[in-house]
Ligand binder design. Sequence first.
Ligand SMILES: Nc1ncnc2c1ncn2[C@@H]1O[C@H](COP(=O)(O)OP(=O)(O)O)[C@@H](O)[C@H]1O
Ligand SMILES: [Mg+2]
Length: 178
Amino acid sequence: MATFGELLRRHRVAASLTQAELADQSGLSRQAIADLERGARARPREGTLARIVAALRLNAPERAQLEAAALHGAGDPDRVALLPAPLSSFIGRESERSELVSLARARRLVTLTGAGGIGRTRLAIEVATELQHEYTSGARMVDLAAIASPLHVLTACAATVQALLENCRELHVLATSR
Ligand SMILES: Nc1ncnc2c1ncn2[C@@H]1O[C@H](COP(=O)(O)OP(=O)(O)O)[C@@H](O)[C@H]1O
Ligand SMILES: [Mg+2]
């Protein structure tokens, strides 16, 4: 099932409107439209949906589908569950986080290195959580910590990641390593 944000974007593009134009015609802020499209807001408020439906001139079935997606909240629950939910709040690292978000968007393979325990995995999870709605299939974490042999992990990882990147054009990999 498409998320509310995906449907909204699809209808807006079909109506040949920019986010700013839709904001104008619906009386909402451009930020609100952008947030809804990328899933930063789980669901639209009561009046928001009606304004969007009117501005996009949706027919009854389109409206029903959009309402169903809105009720469904953040969308595909599988997608959200694929990243671990940290139990503590994230502290500091604001510049690292925003730099890494930009890097991970621009490059298909980014490796975060450093000594054990300095917070690479935690930072990567924060970044992946922030970016997951920008990707059709969301984001997933592949935890290799249980594999004991470093030599096996390194060679197998390099070959696997190379094959994945060559064969999946939309894939981005954010790796953490010592
Ligand atoms: N910025 C942060 N805010 C809060 N907790 C953090 C932060 N960075 C790391 N931690 C916590 O510190 C511990 C070690 O971090 P982790 O990311 O596993 O390190 P690494 O992957 O570099 O070995 C984890 O429990 C993690 O949740
Ligand atoms: Mg780690």
